[in-house]
Design a protein around this ligand. Sequence first.
Ligand code: HEC
Ligand code: HEC
Ligand code: HEC
Ligand code: HEC
Ligand code: HEC
Length: 268
Amino acid sequence: MTGRLTALVLLAGLWTAALAFAEAPPETVCIQCHSGQGGRLAAPVEEWRQSVHAANGISCHGCHGGDPTDFTNAMSPERGFVGAPDYAGVPDFCGRCHIGVRQDYGESAHGRAIARGGAQCVICHGAHAVKLARIDLINEQDCSRCHDYGRAGEIKTAMVETERRIGAVETELARLQRLGIATTGMKGTLFELRNRFHRLFHSVEIDKVRHETAGFQAGLGEIDRRIAAIDATLEMRTLWGAGAVALLLLGGIVSLLIRRSYHDEERH
Ligand code: HEC
Ligand code: HEC
Ligand code: HEC
Ligand code: HEC
Ligand code: HEC
């Protein structure tokens, strides 16, 4: 019994340690030295700290390579340091990890026009202050720097409704979970759908976005129906519950009346 308890405590400890590790990667020599430098050498550190990469344990060396434990040889190419990419080198640099996006991007109008100033990953997401991707990344100010906003705006319009419905389904699943209902299956489906949907944008092809949006709407409709079915069952249960209580009450009243009339008869 004590053995099992110790194991549990140990496991809990390990879990907490793992969480702490995921949230705050250890200060590497890269961070230590760059924080002390001025200007463009130090700026990445503070930007990166607020990023989705820092939150997921991807540190400087995850992107730039090098040895994060050796002050003197940290940036030596023999230790895998690759430096900073030039404009056209960025998609491969980021695409090492984001393989699907890299592929869609490569086939897009932006990817094909990269030598003529086509937007690349860093233009839209930044290099160090990378945040969770949201549809707000598509906006008139950022998207009309190189061409007019027309087609960009059309893509956004085609995506907004699906984005809204994904948010609505997320809220519904959270509600069911609070009621103690297992939602893992639906959550998995939604997660997979959300990821495919967020990837779609990079093609920057209005027809493709419109066409595939229909498929996503159908997938969301399927989850909506399952949620509605669960709600209907819950309602039935509540009805049956209320019905049972009413029957019990009725039964109680009837037996009371019978006993009363019995007593009345005895008295006569
Ligand atoms: C001892 C201090 C020190 C350490 C440790 C250090 N750097 Fe640097 N880093 C510098 C200085 C100084 C420069 C600018 C001069 C240069 O490029 O060599 C620089 C430049 C860079 C650049 C820009 C290169 C370019 O092509 O413009 C990157 C990227 C970089 N460091 C990443 C890293 C990473 C990743 C690590 C850890 C694996 C690291 N640094 C460790 C001091 C350091
Ligand atoms: C998600 C990948 C990624 C991470 C993580 C990352 N960098 Fe970078 N970094 C880049 C890219 C891409 C560029 C070049 C693009 C650009 O021009 O902004 C760059 C450029 C730089 C430069 C050159 C800046 C300049 O103005 O010349 C330095 C220095 C640098 N990074 C340091 C760091 C340090 C230090 C960290 C950790 C705190 C870090 N980077 C983390 C992707 C990353
Ligand atoms: C060493 C692997 C690695 C590299 C290189 C890398 N990333 Fe990431 N990136 C991740 C991980 C891990 C996550 C968090 C988990 C996820 O969302 O996939 C992430 C998340 C993101 C997100 C948020 C995704 C979302 O769901 O909203 C964006 C945007 C992003 N990265 C862009 C970039 C850009 C731009 C570069 C290049 C400057 C880059 N990444 C380089 C590993 C990497
Ligand atoms: C750094 C410059 C630059 C920025 C910023 C930029 N683009 Fe582009 N974009 C281009 C270039 C270059 C092309 C290809 C030539 C053209 O069609 O004008 C292009 C083409 C397009 C196309 C046309 C695709 C087609 O063939 O129909 C769309 C749609 C598009 N971009 C959307 C966007 C959106 C959305 C944003 C903002 C999130 C954006 N662009 C930001 C440079 C940029
Ligand atoms: C023209 C602007 C633009 C360019 C260029 C661009 N992105 Fe994105 N990216 C976006 C927008 C907008 C979204 C979110 C769209 C949405 O809300 O569905 C996004 C979503 C993402 C996501 C989250 C979706 C997922 O599949 O996890 C990642 C990761 C990502 N981009 C990485 C990259 C990488 C890597 C590159 C370069 C190969 C790149 N992006 C190029 C604008 C851009």
